[in-house]
Write a protein that binds this ligand. Structure first.
Ligand code: HEM
Length: 132
């Protein structure tokens, strides 16, 4: 979650820069850093919080690094494309992004059902009346 918030902060700062200067060169990089960095990484973080058995697997650790490489190479690669015209870095980022989603899906299918009871049910119940 901390890295998701960090990506969101950087992406929004680029958004403020674009809005302030009307220079929209980096809008694709901004959009993808927000959606892949802030939103998607937040979703991964919340799912791993709710499913700690899944989060403790080697697969989840591999997914963690794969997802970060995807965010940096895809959104960074889009900035490199508008500056230098090369799509190579963004292409590497795209491969890591789709691999990251495949690893996540595989982890959910293989380990997701292990968490028969929500680990933080007592915490969640005290805050959200789920059982009602
Ligand atoms: C401080 C907050 C933000 C500011 C100031 C900002 C500013 C901008 C600006 C100026 C553009 C270009 C608009 C145009 O094409 O005319 C843009 C595009 C975009 N923004 Fe933001 N934005 C912010 C937050 C976000 C967030 C939180 C998300 C998603 C979670 C987001 C997703 C996008 C997307 C998907 C685009 C379109 C990119 C494209 O056309 O390739 N933005 N934003």
């Amino acid at each position: 979650m901390v890295s998701a918030a960090f990506y969101g902060l950087i992406a929004m700062s680029v958004g403020v820069y674009m809005a302030a200067t009307s220079d929209y060169l980096f809008k694709a990089a901004h959009g993808h850093l927000n959606l892949l960095g802030w939103v998607t990484m937040s979703i991964f973080g919340i799912v791993y919080f709710v499913l700690p058995d899944l989060a403790s697997t080697k697969l989840a650790k591999l997914h963690f690094y794969c997802a970060h490489i995807a965010v940096l190479f895809l959104s960074g690669g889009m900035a490199i494309f508008v500056l230098f015209g090369s799509t190579n870095v963004a292409k590497v980022g795209a491969v890591f992004a789709i691999s990251s989603m495949l690893l996540f899906l595989f982890g959910l299918i293989k380990y997701g059902s292990d968490n028969t009871s929500l680990p933080h049910a007592s915490v969640i119940d005290s805050k959200l009346p789920i059982s009602e």
